[in-house]
Design a protein around this ligand. Structure first.
Ligand SMILES: Nc1ncnc2c1ncn2[C@@H]1O[C@H](COP(=O)(O)OP(=O)(O)O)[C@@H](O)[C@H]1O
Ligand SMILES: [Mg+2]
Length: 318
């Protein structure tokens, strides 16, 4: 059964005013009309080059900032209408893992304090023994050791620190985890281990993930659905296998062509993340300036996101 846990409807986030050259007031359309539905127990990935609006959308879904327009629903409730117990419940149920595990951990707090804070605030343990036991369990679940409890973040490697952030994210038994490029700051050799851990947690705990990545290769095996973003818009959304087998949007094909062929080795995510997005066109399809298949209509009108072959795609060619 399809159970929608999180839904965005026509969500926009504009940043303004930013004084442009010659005093022109500009705004940045970081997210520009995104509608998505995230199914319970699935991994929904947001993919696109740097600057395409993935992190902004992630922050909106986490209720870290309000949308300029549009609505976000968690279990059919507008997240900006939540108050009191319902808001507390949302904060418990939806957790985040960020890219840089170091800057998201307080260097002056040891593992015990870092992990006991959420458990205490949400009153999930009754006494000190239970707290210590729970922290030990969490550490083991993420592949750390019980003895690590009294260490500080700087005493861990990058991969271990990300495990610690994962432990903190799952401490409150959330339903949904938003992971914003959780592998990008890690060594290539560690990335697969962390991805495996996330996969295990998904299976064991029936967690739902929104997984943000600039790297299609990383999301290939982990994702159930993939939304490809370009300049604040979703240009294609499909089941992961379909997207890889039969990419419909020219931009998706361009991202896939940039991938090294199978067996050629490592996930060279940082290198590929450096492709830069060009300027936003003043009208038409957001991708038309780079599109190898551009037509006259693409310069005039933005293509609507339409159902095609089981996917949703915004392209006049498809
Ligand atoms: N707080 C902000 N103020 C102004 N512009 C922002 C802010 N956050 C993001 N942006 C801009 O919004 C666009 C999308 O950024 P972001 O969501 O970080 O993209 P991504 O995560 O895909 O790299 C970029 O052009 C970025 O410069
Ligand atoms: Mg980002």
């Amino acid at each position: 059964m399809r159970e929608i846990i999180l839904k965005a409807e026509g969500v926009k986030r504009y940043y303004y005013p930013r004084k442009g050259i010659l005093g022109r007031v500009d705004h940045v359309r970081a997210v520009d009309g995104v509608s998505i539905e995230v199914q319970k127990g699935k991994v929904f990935s947001l993919v696109g080059e740097s600057g395409s609006g993935k992190s902004t959308l992630a922050r909106l879904l986490l209720r870290l900032e309000p949308p300029t327009e549009g609505k976000i629903y968690f279990r059919d409730r507008d997240i900006w209408s939540l108050k009191g117990e319902l808001l507390k419940e949302f904060r418990r149920s939806v957790q985040v893992i960020f890219q840089d595990p170091f800057s998201s951990l307080n260097p002056r707090m040891n593992v015990y304090s870092i992990l006991s804070e959420p458990l205490r605030i949400h009153e999930l343990v009754r006494n000190r023994e239970e707290l210590t036991e729970r922290i030990g369990e969490l550490l083991q679940t993420v592949g750390l050791k019980v003895e690590h409890m009294y260490r500080y973040p700087h005493e861990f490697s990058g991969g271990q620190r990300q495990r610690l952030c994962i432990a903190r994210a799952i401490a409150l038994e959330p339903e949904l985890i938003v992971a914003d490029e959780p592998l990008s700051a890690l060594d290539v050799s560690i990335q697969a281990q962390i991805l495996n851990l996330l996969g295990e947690l998904k299976e064991k705990k029936g967690l739902t993930f929104i997984f943000v990545s600039h790297d299609l290769k990383v999301v290939e095996y982990f994702s159930d659905y993939i939304a490809v973003m370009y300049m604040g818009k979703v240009v294609e959304e499909a089941a992961a296998e379909d997207l890889f087998r039969n990419p419909l949007h020219p931009y998706t094909r361009m991202l896939l062509d940039a991938l090294p062929s199978f067996g050629s080795g490592h996930l060279r995510s940082r290198e590929r993340g450096s492709i830069e997005i060009t300027t936003r066109p003043s009208g038409g399809c957001v991708f038309h300036l780079r599109c190898p298949e551009v037509m006259e209509v693409c310069r005039r009108e933005p293509p609507p996101l339409r159902e095609r072959k089981g996917a949703r795609v915004a392209c006049f060619r498809v």
